[in-house]
Design a protein around this ligand. Sequence first.
Ligand SMILES: Cc1cc2nc3c(=O)[nH]c(=O)nc-3n(C[C@H](O)[C@H](O)[C@H](O)COP(=O)(O)OP(=O)(O)OC[C@H]3O[C@@H](n4cnc5c(N)ncnc54)[C@H](O)[C@@H]3O)c2cc1C
Length: 449
Amino acid sequence: MPRKTVIIGGGAAGLGSAGGVKAVDPSAEVVVYTQFEDVAYSPCGIPYVHGGEIPDFERLFLAGKQAYVDAGIDVHYETEVTAIDTAARTVTVAGEGTVPYDSLIIATGFDYADPGVPGGELGGLYYVKNIRRAMAWDKVIGDTERAVVVEAGPLGLEMVTALAHRGVETHLIDPNPYPLAMMADPDIMAPVVDSWLELGVHLHFNTDLKAFVGDGRGQLRAVATSDGEIPAELAVVATHKRPNVALAAAAGLRTGSTGGLVVDERMATSAPQVWAAGDACEIPHGLTRTPLQGLTGSHAYAQGKAAGANAGGGDRCYRAVFVPWGTPAGKWVIGGASFGEATALALGVPYVLGVAETSSPARYYPGRKRFRIKLLAEPGSLRLIGGQMVGGGEGIKERADFLAQAIRFGLTLPELAEMDTVYAPEIGALDEPIAAAAADGVGAARKAG
Ligand SMILES: Cc1cc2nc3c(=O)[nH]c(=O)nc-3n(C[C@H](O)[C@H](O)[C@H](O)COP(=O)(O)OP(=O)(O)OC[C@H]3O[C@@H](n4cnc5c(N)ncnc54)[C@H](O)[C@@H]3O)c2cc1C
């Protein structure tokens, strides 16, 4: 009899898991349950279709349903798992009854945090996630004059730019003094703020959401804030991500301080033969061991691969994370790894700072844009502990990935200052920004004695 793995969730983590199981045991029976109509589409592309940069939603589908049938992965669409019994090793599935498993993977993902204010039931509140809903909402955006984006997190950033590109009068409200304040530094975000102002975006920082205000017919008329009412027909609710773990918690699985499921290095949960992956779990930060929840789709997919391999009888580790991140924002691209100054200060982590203000591509190449990079290192050892960048886009993702690896492997500022680099005018300046910032940090450490 083939071993049967049941996977709850058809997002990046769930499908990564399905592939992970099949990679180690091609004969395994793999059943995936998802509440959605589709799998294998990129939710990450949705804001760019709304913004008009990607011409249609069809391009976001990465594989057809037949591809999963051909791969021996049995996906049950629009099917909800309603209970887990870890002692009996069964799940209860709406419309299917009790389904046994040999191993179970929980990849139930995230929900946007409940804004917790009156008016949450009104029409006109858009939680960006499901592609079918996004297709319908895209038509609404086409008819929208004024919109409010609630919270300047990663999705809020993308939706602000998208709505502005669509010609909608766009307001952003956020309780912090600048956008992406939970992870980015204010000087990294300053050019982004300027570019939104150029795009005509109305920015309301240090501003709390108070209520969604209806028009008497069940539709949004305005968003009430600590700074007054903003008339709007559409509110994009981009509150922070919360782990969707009600099902797992009801089954007695252990959750941690973030609310996410606690897993070990093999993505095993507190119950035997039950693994978890993606935004439903929490993963420790590689330097501080602080649990992190709500990472990204690429983290979810990689965790799914590990969970699936182990659920299928293999042995694969998913280690603590050094959190490379990056995103377009306004006319800029921002990114980094581990933490920046704001987070280091909040955590009380001491650091030496190296900064470089350069350009990319080469300074004489048409279309060059400024490039600001900051590196943080541990005083004394000068081991890299974090970095952040803002620039025109070239190489930000690759540098963020590289910095995360540099932190993982303990590279120091002197080593980075002397790194071998590529110089090609169109794609990079002679003075590699990482090396320049590292050299600056070495100088700063020397001065500080
Ligand atoms: C608009 C948008 C933009 C994004 N942009 C990026 C980006 O640029 N880069 C990046 O790396 N990531 C991006 N992400 C990814 C995102 O932030 C998450 O990290 C990622 O979706 C997590 O994947 P997941 O599989 O853990 O969970 P989810 O994607 O939340 O999937 C959860 C799955 O579980 C299913 N499910 C839940 N409960 C049940 C149940 N009881 N029964 C059956 N099925 C259930 C759902 O139907 C769904 O299939 C974006 C996401 C969105 C929505």
